[in-house]
Write a protein that binds this ligand. Structure first.
Ligand code: WTA
Length: 654
């Protein structure tokens, strides 16, 4: 960990107590929250067991709460049986059957609503379709869809029959899709002809065809939802139209009751080494985490319209679009497209038109919309909003204050939520009716979540006002269970650093004198570009797979809107390209990375050099490269470098 991360000097002193009006109506005020914390402290597993009994519907109640006999492979509620889709849908049919579950708006302005009854019927139909195609409990199904209700229907249908879904974000390339399909060994792919994004058609089916042509031998069938209705190739015997299959499917489908530990889904995410890992989540524990945090952090109520802007391809879209709000019987809003189509007011117009009450987005979106000017939100009636949220990366105080002032009209609480794909649900965040917020801090751990700050040796730092590694000291129900197909990697990556004693998040943090947490960022070689996790090694591998490239080193560079951007130092085969040739090759490399991974991984900066700065033992000095990328004066000792003269060239000065 770099010392500048640990010793960050905090200058943010503004505090915002919960607005009285909000606190008066909130599910949790300070007193109730304190009682929950006390209960969790007194009996950690008993606390979670009580919540699981009260908040989830079990077909077979559990008697064992936590099985730690194979730690750090923890298991929760092991002898209980339930079904995630029955919890999200069937449970609400009696009391809320005609309540809207999903409000949808397409980028072109088309809208559709699904009541709980209708959503239930669609999910049952698709579940029957999947069964008819031979999908059984435990089989993997990959979902590569636009942001539309059908994506949620597909996830819920898998859950209903005990199939394990793995959603791949629609912005990933054919090669990324192929890698994920092959790692899961999925037998079926659900996709769409395309989606509408930023005025264009995202050609999902075409990309899927490319992925399947390159491998993916386990895939027998492809179900294609018709969204854009542009021409696509349908391969006879393999590709089937969603609407044709659904036409004749029955609306009745008994849920498959699965063990609490049965995998609900796999979601791939980047780490510092190797290919993205398939993070495996359970059914019971995961659903409990998603359910409770939707209550605690979003204060969900029956009259809310909850808009989480995340795509279902990310964990945020799993927990706060597809599962958490539905498990609570809430109304969600889904929007298909880009925030600036047809203009910079789109998000705010959607909030107005649909009466959105809870709005949850990423700092990168806030910063981008902030740059476009406050006249855009000011054109719309945002008076229905009652709570704002932020997720995915540290929010800088300036963006927080803009969110507070321009969107929240200085009256709405903001919940800055820290969590990860691996944690399944929000871990550290203000409970809005109870906790005083500070711009840039995710404040305090939720009840039942035991967080510590530890030093390099793994010793908890007890004093207030401390910096170090962020770790979790006790298992929690929604934690990842393993890395799909590689349990050793699970143990090594998340537990190895401190001898299996702590879950190591990979972030550094500062805890201030009030016990509030300030996340400083990743301590490993993981970048956070517009809230999306990217491994530097993934981008490096993509670059060196280009025939003209010999070596590459990638670092993050602070970026005003994206948080971080990709900066690549590249060594070409043969003489170092300069001038026009360099520009041409740089463009080619950007396109190459987009093709290998997806557009989100494109380097903003590419700098060609004769060599990389290496120590005599051959290690690339990344810290030095990070300083160069930032344009900092190089004050580090470069005398241990194999080739000290390279620094000037890398800095663009030679
Ligand atoms: C970062 C997204 C600061 C962090 C839910 C973490 C944050 C990584 C916050 C996980 C936040 C997420 N403040 N940093 N509120 N939320 N992060 O798996 O570095 O896509 O480790 O999960 O995002 O990213 P992931």
């Amino acid at each position: 960990m770099s010392s500048d991360n640990i010793a960050s000097v905090l200058t943010e002193n503004r505090v915002f107590p919960p607005p009285a009006e909000f606190a008066a109506r909130a599910r949790l005020n300070a007193e109730k929250l304190a009682a929950l914390h006390a209960e969790a402290q007194a009996d950690h597993t008993g606390f979670w067991a009580g919540l699981a009994k009260k908040n989830l519907g079990w077909q077979t109640p559990f008697t064992q709460v936590l099985d730690d006999s194979a730690a750090p492979n923890y298991r929760w509620f092991t002898d209980g049986k339930l079904n995630a889709s029955a919890n999200c849908l069937d449970r609400h049919l009696l009391a809320r059957g005609d309540k809207i579950a999903i409000r949808f708006e397409g980028e072109k302005g088309d809208t559709r609503n699904y009541t709980y009854k209708q959503l239930h019927a669609e999910v049952c139909k698709l579940a029957n379709v999947l069964k008819a195609q031979g999908v059984n409990k435990g089989d993997r199904v990959v979902i590569y869809m636009p942001m539309a209700p059908e994506a949620v229907i597909a996830m819920q249908a898998c859950a209903r029959i005990g199939a394990i879904h793995s959603v791949v974000f629609g912005g990933f390339s054919a090669s990324s899709l192929k890698d994920r399909i092959e790692d899961t060994g999925a037998r079926l792919l659900i996709t769409a002809d395309g989606g509408h994004r930023a005025g264009n058609i995202v050609p999902l089916k075409k990309v899927a065809d490319e992925a399947l042509a390159a491998g993916c031998k386990t895939i027998g069938k492809v179900i294609v939802h018709q969204r854009t209705s542009h021409g696509v190739d349908m391969q006879a015997g393999r590709d089937l139209w969603w609407h044709e299959l659904m036409d004749t499917a029955s609306e009745r489908c008994e849920p498959e009751w699965v063990e609490s530990e049965h995998p609900l889904f796999l979601l791939y995410t980047s780490g510092s080494t190797g290919k993205p890992k398939g993070i495996q989540h359970s059914t019971g524990g995961y659903l409990l985490g998603a359910t409770m945090t939707t209550q605690w952090v979003f204060d969900i109520r029956d009259d809310d319209v909850f808009w989480c802007t995340a795509d279902v391809g990310w964990i945020t879209g799993h927990s706060y679009v597809a599962y958490g709000p539905l498990a609570n019987g809430a109304t969600i809003l889904m929007y298909e497209g880009a925030p600036t189509i047809p203009d910079a007011g789109r998000f705010w117009k959607i909030c107005q038109d649909h009466g959105v009450t809870i709005f949850y987005t990423a700092p990168t979106a806030i910063r981008a919309l902030m740059k476009l000017g406050e006249e855009w939100p000011n054109k719309y009636d945002l008076s229905k909003l009652r709570l704002l949220g932020s997720v995915g990366e540290p929010i800088n105080p300036e963006a927080w204050m803009w969110y507070h002032r321009v969107i929240g009209k200085e009256r709405l609480p903001i919940v800055d939520t820290w969590w990860q794909t691996e944690t399944g649900a929000i871990m550290i965040a203000p409970v809005p009716g109870a906790i005083t917020t500070k711009p840039g801090s995710c404040t305090k751990p939720l009840p039942g979540i035991c967080v510590e700050v530890v030093d390099e040796a793994g010793t908890p730092i007890r004093e207030q006002d401390a910096g170090g590694y962020l770790v979790v000291s006790k298992p929690w129900p929604s934690m990842l269970r393993t890395v799909w197909g590689d349990n050793e990697r699970y143990i090594k990556t998340y537990w190895g650093q401190f001898q299996n004693k702590y879950y190591v998040a990979g972030d550094s943090t500062h805890r201030d004198a009030d016990g509030c947490y300030w996340i400083m960022g990743r301590v490993d070689d993981v970048l956070n570009v517009s809230g999306h996790r990217l491994g530097t090694m993934e981008v490096e591998s993509a670059l060196v797979s280009h025939p003209r490239i010999a070596e590459a080193a990638v670092v993050g560079r602070p970026h005003e809107v994206k948080g971080e951007s990709v900066f690549a130092f590249v060594i070409a085969k043969g003489p170092r390209p300069t001038g026009e040739e360099a520009d041409k090759l740089a463009k080619e490399l950007r396109d190459h990375v987009a093709k290998e991974i997806g557009a989100l991984a494109k380097p903003d900066d590419i700098r060609f050099a004769d060599n990389l700065p290496k120590t005599r033992s051959g290690k690339i000095m990344r810290r030095l490269l990070r300083s160069i990328a930032k344009g900092e004066e190089i004050t580090q000792d470069t005398s241990t470098l194999e080739n000290p003269a390279i620094v000037a060239q890398l800095s663009g000065k030679a």
